[in-house]
Design a protein around this ligand. Structure first.
Ligand code: ZN
Ligand code: ZN
Length: 548
């Protein structure tokens, strides 16, 4: 009888036991998202999240902001605030002083030449004959990226792909061990890669290129998404301080692009269609690498470069910039819907940020009574070298200006019988007399120079002893290194360093944070979320308030 009762109990509870056993077994597997999509929007100052908020659609920026976690006070921890250093910091949690990507370019004093951040003569270009566009790898990056750590943590079973119009926006994020990084060759209008990643370009990308994406997308020309008079967040369209497309007669929308033919390739990046093309390649990469399809986490490192090109040329207060963001919003919506469909809503994690912000166009600020101006580094170096030649008899004492730093010909100075410090003092005196320069100083004195601790810390983090120059220049607020049209970024000021930090999806809480956060916090937070090692050079902190 007792045996019968036990038997009945067993039959009754057996299904329960097995399902709970299954549950327990399931929970023994480490929970991780199937896919991470990192989105960098090149030059997206933090306020652009809200500047055009009312006209963003529900499924794009608003979906990330309203359903995800927004760390509102996130800043770049170093200067110069430029593209290569920014993308590298986001993915390594590190700063130029450590990660070695000290700028888009720097000057090599030994070889006496300007070095491009991702150049690599040991690799060959794939998909182009233009070596200057294709000889690229992350070899100048001295640390691991979060994508390298994901690869190491999964014994290289994770798939990692970087996609960006700019090579540097794909290469450094994807890291040393990526399956692929793809970027755009503006001389041929084709997406390319290098032998650092693979032997031949994948067939699907060759086909995409053969279908001539630039000519196809330029058939639409560039008219505003909504009637032009509704662009109330921007100054009127024809302004003398806006830059013109090469060979184009005006700075007013609409732009006629469908007649450009091959000439369109070089313009592509500076139109919203550059973002469209980037999103198309990203979706093809997700599909063809079968990303987010199995239990091993994959990583898509995606960066949209066109907002930067548009911003440089027309400025952040232009109708062109507003329209570019409204259209990018649609691309984001479409990308998220694509991930919902292929990976499953809730199965992937997204973060959105920028590599740096941007200053307003000086002409626009002056028009509105805000102090601003242009200091031109090329002109300044020519003038200074003339003065040094007259005074000290040294020819071309300043070899180069990169990242607001001057590189000196120390051999020539010694040969002429002068102390380096004598020439430095002369240059600093001249610079500090010039309009628009807040201060300049010898980088030898970086530890003792009289600057607020916050500014000094940013400069220390940006200073790489083997790559940086001899004299640092700091411009006044809203002064830029440039000519009469357009604008740029690169300084420590908040318009250049305040960036979005938005988290969304798997493992992310809904909310808003006002604690001060750093660009270096992305990588350690991803490491915590994915339960993988923190990148080797990371100095950031976990954004714990964003994690479930
Ligand atoms: Zn950039
Ligand atoms: Zn830029």
């Amino acid at each position: 009888m007792l045996r019968l009762i036990y038997g009945l109990l067993f039959i009754l509870f057996f299904p329960f036991i097995t399902t709970s056993q299954k549950k327990a077994e399931k929970q023994e597997n480490l929970p991780r998202p199937k896919l991470v999509i990192g989105i960098v929007v090149d030059q997206m100052r933090w306020d652009f999240l809200y500047r055009y908020y009312d006209r963003y659609s529900k499924g794009g920026f608003k979906r990330l902001l309203n359903e995800g976690f927004n760390a509102e006070q996130t800043y770049i921890p170093y200067a110069p605030t430029v593209t290569a250093a920014g993308h590298t910091c986001v993915y390594t949690g590190s700063v130029p002083a450590i990660h070695g990507v000290a700028g888009n370019n720097w000057y090599n004093l030994k070889d006496r030449r300007v070095v491009y951040c991702s150049e690599d003569t040991l690799v060959k270009p794939l998909g182009t004959d233009h070596k200057s566009n294709g000889n690229m790898s992350p070899s100048n990056m001295k640390v691991t990226s979060i994508c390298d750590e994901l690869k190491l943590a999964t014994n290289f079973r994770s798939k990692v792909v970087g996609v960006c119009i700019k090579d540097r926006g794909a290469i450094f994020p994807a890291g040393h061990t990526a399956d692929a990084a793809f970027w755009f060759d503006s001389s041929t209008g084709r997406w390319i890669s290098s032998t650092h990643y693979m032997e031949t370009l994948p067939g699907w990308l060759v086909k995409y290129n053969d279908d001539k994406p630039v000519e196809r997308l330029f058939q639409q020309n560039w008219t505003t998404l909504y009637p032009k008079e509704t662009y109330t967040q921007s100054t009127s369209d024809e302004k003398i301080y806006e830059g013109k497309y090469k060979g184009y007669y005006s700075t007013s929308l609409p732009y006629i692009l469908d007649t450009l033919g091959k000439k369109g390739n070089s313009l592509m990046a500076a139109t919203p269609w550059g973002n469209t093309m980037t999103a198309e390649v990203a979706k093809l990469a997700l599909e063809n690498y079968a990303m987010g399809k199995d239990e091993v986490t994959d990583f898509l490192a995606l960066s949209f470069s066109s907002p930067d090109y548009v911003g440089h040329q027309f400025g952040p207060n232009s109708i062109e910039a507003e329209d570019t963001y409204l259209r990018l919003d649609k691309e984001l919506e479409s990308l998220l819907l694509y991930a919902d469909k292929t990976v499953g809503a809730g199965n992937y994690t997204v973060f959105l940020t920028a590599d740096h912000g941007v200053a307003h166009v000086p002409g626009f600020l002056i028009e509105n009574q805000i102090p601003s101006g242009q200091w031109n580094s090329t002109r300044a170096v020519i003038d200074l070298n003339e003065k040094i030649l007259t005074q000290f008899g040294i020819k071309d004492a300043i070899l180069s200006e990169q990242n607001y730093q001057l590189y000196l010909d120390t051999d020539a100075i010694t040969e002429a019988g002068f102390d380096q410090s004598t020439i430095e003092k002369f240059i600093i005196h001249e610079l500090n007399d010039a309009d628009g320069i807040h201060t300049s100083f010898s980088l030898k004195d970086l530890g003792i120079v009289a600057l607020p601790a916050h500014v000094k810390e940013m400069l220390v983090n940006g200073y790489n002893p083997t790559l940086s120059g001899h004299i640092q220049v700091i411009l006044e607020s809203a002064w830029i290194d440039g000519w009469l049209t357009g604008t740029t970024h690169g300084m420590w000021y908040n318009y250049d360093s305040h960036i979005p930090m938005v988290w969304y999806g798997w493992g992310i809480k809904q909310g808003t944070g006002y604690k001060k956060r750093s660009m270096a916090d992305f990588a350690p937070t991803l490491a915590a979320l994915l339960k993988i090692q923190v990148p080797s050079g990371s100095i950031g902190q976990v954004v714990e308030e964003a994690l479930k």
